[in-house]
Design a protein around this ligand. Structure first.
Ligand SMILES: Nc1nc2c(c(=O)[nH]1)N[C@H]1C(S)=C(S)[C@@H](COP(=O)(O)OP(=O)(O)OC[C@H]3O[C@@H](n4cnc5c(=O)[nH]c(N)nc54)[C@H](O)[C@@H]3O)O[C@H]1N2
Ligand SMILES: Nc1nc2c(c(=O)[nH]1)N[C@H]1C(S)=C(S)[C@@H](COP(=O)(O)OP(=O)(O)OC[C@H]3O[C@@H](n4cnc5c(=O)[nH]c(N)nc54)[C@H](O)[C@@H]3O)O[C@H]1N2
Ligand code: SF4
Ligand SMILES: [Mo]
Length: 688
């Protein structure tokens, strides 16, 4: 059979790289996916997960028809129904809920399982606004860090990653780049050929640590102290750029006084980083230009995560790095693609704009306690029964018989165990959509590569059709994908001028018009118009106006600090059901320092149970020196649904619904547990 292609596509997953893909087909079926070598950032390279994306697209377990629950909740027991029946049932039940309880009793729960603008935050928003539903605060990922960064810099944006090849010093800080942002690693490798040094600061000696030139292990949640210690040394040794500080910053004198309290010896005690290393790092940072800090998400999944990121964001200003090509920092670049989201989402359709907001990190409590109660839950682009914190509480809420749960997905995820109705979603290959990246600066248009499979429908189509079943006659529910993309591009933002639907169609992608050193426009977007070492806004909120270290408070009786990050071969829980990726990850394990293992009489490779007041989970222990004493690390959001072979691994049974210091973000990594040998045969399944 003749191979056709390449067809242009975009990787839809919640990954900073937002790669451009080349797709090859035979007989109308995708047979190969590669990185697009013409794309200036992708340059032909993609990760292993997506090189085998056809395995997920044509997975034998892909949902092809709508289904209705047969048995009790908690089981995967469904019968097929038609779309008409599904729509009619949803419309009936939702209308009854609206009449009795009002719109706030309805909650959408979604994240970025597909990052396409239309299919992640487009027609769905119009639908839920028109319905008058509760708002969802989408804070599970980067909320704390983004807000922390904004207190310092005014915007949620950093430097252009393409410029980072110029940097001579890289500080990869709480980011597992080799697994989570591979093209940043490719830029680093290029810079390294030109003599750059790569430092990695993490709580886990992971793949990125092995790749870096200098790995600095640190105690979790203490990074602000390390940064303040660096500032102490840099200021004491006058390794700062006074001209830049005078012109662009606010509060330097107060900062100078403040960091006196962070001499290297004290910081060593807080962070576990030897004083000599703190001094060496500070001198290296103070003396090297351009220097680049890649701020990861790991840091800000802590109780004090917002302040940690705010503190790191102050470092480049001390040495004037924001004014140098390739210098500065990057936490996320989502703000540059300032699409016209009001036109896309139509918040004006909401009959009650002041409707309550539910924080997605507190879904468990919301389902069990909210007043008025949540009576209908729509889940799409997310898998809350696995990814949301305090999972036993989430599952308890989802088990409520009086809750209507509709799940739209490509697979029978853990969340589907609790669905009344399961609706089949198209893969992104089947959709027309617009993609922006939260890291690089290219907008990309995605045209369908294959037609919809089975009876699958895109999120866009689902919510558009549901609007008609609900009797919504507003003209915006007639819009096509192309019309909505045109509305999104119709914005006064200077970064988007000249970027049109036609141009995107012709080229596939276009770069945003972001200037070389975008973060030192005058005035800046902070209240003082300067980079804020001192924030009066934080002061008014009762938080420290200066960057600061507040120790994590372990108020539990459990002594070990659990960090449960992402793994290399899954994308959050996506790919957890793809055999090749499961095999590559082998099985869920917990990594523990030898000292902690000896104290608990644990042997390498045996089954152990992690537990605390929230729940328990069983997995295999790996003993060694990858983590510091007192810290345990797991990786990956493994399916409890049979996706992980013998081990059921509900790691979020252990995490809590507590919110971070800023942005009401998730605190997955501020979790404390005890670990014991598993005596009972077989895996533990937590409480539910
Ligand atoms: N392969 C793969 N890629 C992914 C994902 C995936 O699941 N798999 N997920 C995507 C998503 S949604 C996101 S948000 C990003 C996340 O990707 P990253 O930004 O890399 O964030 P994490 O992997 O959550 O955490 C990064 C590192 O922080 C470390 N860490 C935890 N606590 C601390 C601390 O207190 N201090 C320091 N210095 N380090 C700490 C962890 O050990 C981890 O190695 O990756 C995206 N890309
Ligand atoms: N313990 C712990 N928990 C974590 C994290 C951690 O590091 N540790 N990371 C957190 C972070 S940073 C994030 S971002 C969240 C991510 O959590 P989620 O956003 O829930 O991400 P996924 O687990 O990938 O689930 C996405 C789901 O969307 C589905 N999907 C994909 N495309 C479409 C589509 O077009 N339509 C529909 N309807 N569905 C689609 C996928 O099949 C998948 O089931 O997890 C968080 N949870
Ligand atoms: S998951 Fe990330 S690295 Fe892999 S292809 Fe998609 S965007 Fe690229
Ligand atoms: Mo995330």
């Amino acid at each position: 059979m003749a191979t056709k292609g390449p067809y242009r596509s975009v990787c839809p997953f919640d990954c900073p790289d937002t790669c451009s893909l080349s797709v090859f087909k035979e007989g109308g079926r995708i047979i190969r996916v590669t990185g697009n070598s013409d794309h200036p950032v992708t340059k032909g390279a993609i990760c292993q997960k997506v090189r085998h994306l056809e395995a997920r697209t044509y997975h034998p377990e892909r949902l092809m028809r709508p289904m209705r629950r047969r048995g009790p909740k908690g089981r995967l027991d469904f019968e097929p129904i038609s779309w008409d029946e599904a729509y009619a049932e949803i419309a009936d039940k939702v209308s009854a809920i609206l009449a009795t309880y009002g719109g706030e009793a309805i909650l959408p729960y979604s994240f970025y399982g597909n990052m396409g603008v239309l299919n992640s935050e487009g027609m769905d928003r119009r639908f839920f606004h028109r319905l008058g539903a509760s708002h969802l605060d989408r804070t599970i990922c980067n909320a704390a860090g983004s807000e922390g960064f904004r207190y310092t810099m005014g915007v949620n944006a950093g430097i252009d990653p393409e410029a980072t090849v110029n940097a001579k010093l890289w500080v990869v800080w709480g980011a597992n780049l080799v697994s989570t942002n591979m093209h940043q690693v490719l830029y680093a490798n290029q810079a390294r050929v030109e003599g750059a040094t790569i430092v990695h600061i993490d709580v886990h000696e992971n793949r990125t640590a092995h790749w870096a030139d200098w790995f600095i292990p640190i105690q979790p949640g203490t990074d602000a102290a390390l940064a303040l210690g660096m500032m102490h040394v840099m200021i004491a040794e006058d390794l700062v750029d006074h001209a830049f500080i005078d012109q662009y910053t606010y509060g330097y004198a107060a900062l100078v006084e403040h960091v006196e309290a962070y001499p290297p010896e004290r910081v060593a005690h807080i962070t576990g980083v030897p004083a000599s290393d703190i001094i060496r790092l500070a001198r290296l940072y103070g003396a090297t230009s351009p220097s680049f800090i890649r701020i990861g998400n790991g840091l800000q999944h802590h109780d004090n995560g917002g302040m940690i990121v705010r503190t790191l964001a102050c470092l480049p200003a001390l040495t004037g790095q924001w004014a140098i090509a390739g210098g500065g920092a990057l936490k996320g670049n989502g703000a540059y693609a300032a699409l016209n989201m009001d036109a896309v989402q139509r918040p004006d359709l909401h009959p009650n704009p002041g409707a309550r907001t539910i924080n997605m990190n507190q879904l468990g409590d919301a389902l069990l306690q909210a007043v008025p109660p949540i009576k209908a839950l729509f889940v799409y682009n997310s898998n809350p029964a696995l990814v949301a914190p305090d999972q036993n509480r989430v599952r308890q809420g989802l088990l409520r018989d009086d809750l209507l749960t509709v799940v739209h997905d490509l697979f029978l995820t853990d969340t589907c165990q609790f669905a009344d109705l399961v609706l089949p979603a198209t893969s992104h290959f089947e959709n027309l959509d617009l993609y922006k990246s939260y890291w690089h600066l290219y907008l990309q248009l995605h045209e369908p590569v294959i037609p919809p499979m089975g009876e699958c429908k895109a999120n866009f189509t689902l919510f558009k059709e549901l609007a008609h079943y609900m009797g919504f006659t507003d003209p915006c529910f007639q819009d096509t994908e192309e019309e909505m993309i045109r509305q999104a591009l119709d914005t006064p933002s200077p970064y988007l001028q000249g970027i049109t639907y036609e141009a995107l169609r012709a080229h596939g992608w276009m770069k945003l018009n972001v200037p070389a050193c975008p973060l030192i426009s005058e005035p800046m977007a902070t209240p003082s118009g300067k980079i804020e070492f001192y924030s009066e806004r934080l002061e008014r909120l009762g938080l420290s106006p200066l960057p600061d270290h507040s120790p994590l408070a372990n108020t539990t009786p459990y002594p070990l600090h659990l960090i449960s990050g992402p793994n290399h071969h899954f994308l959050n829980s996506t790919f957890g059901n793809v055999a090749r990726m499961q095999q590559a990850e082998r099985e869920p394990v917990v990594r523990m320092h030898e000292k902690d293992a000896l104290a608990r009489k644990l042997r390498d490779g045996e089954l152990v149970t992690l537990f605390n007041d929230q729940g328990a989970c069983t997995l295999r222990v790996r003993i060694g020196y990858e983590v510091l004493p007192g810290v345990v690390v797991t990786q990956g959001l493994w399916w409890g649904n049979g996706g992980a072979g013998a081990s059921y691994h509900p790691i979020n049974a252990l995490t809590s619904q507590r919110l971070s210091d800023m942005g009401d973000g998730a605190t997955f990594f501020s979790t404390w547990v005890e670990v014991k040998k598993t005596h009972a045969a077989g895996p533990s399944v937590g409480d539910v």
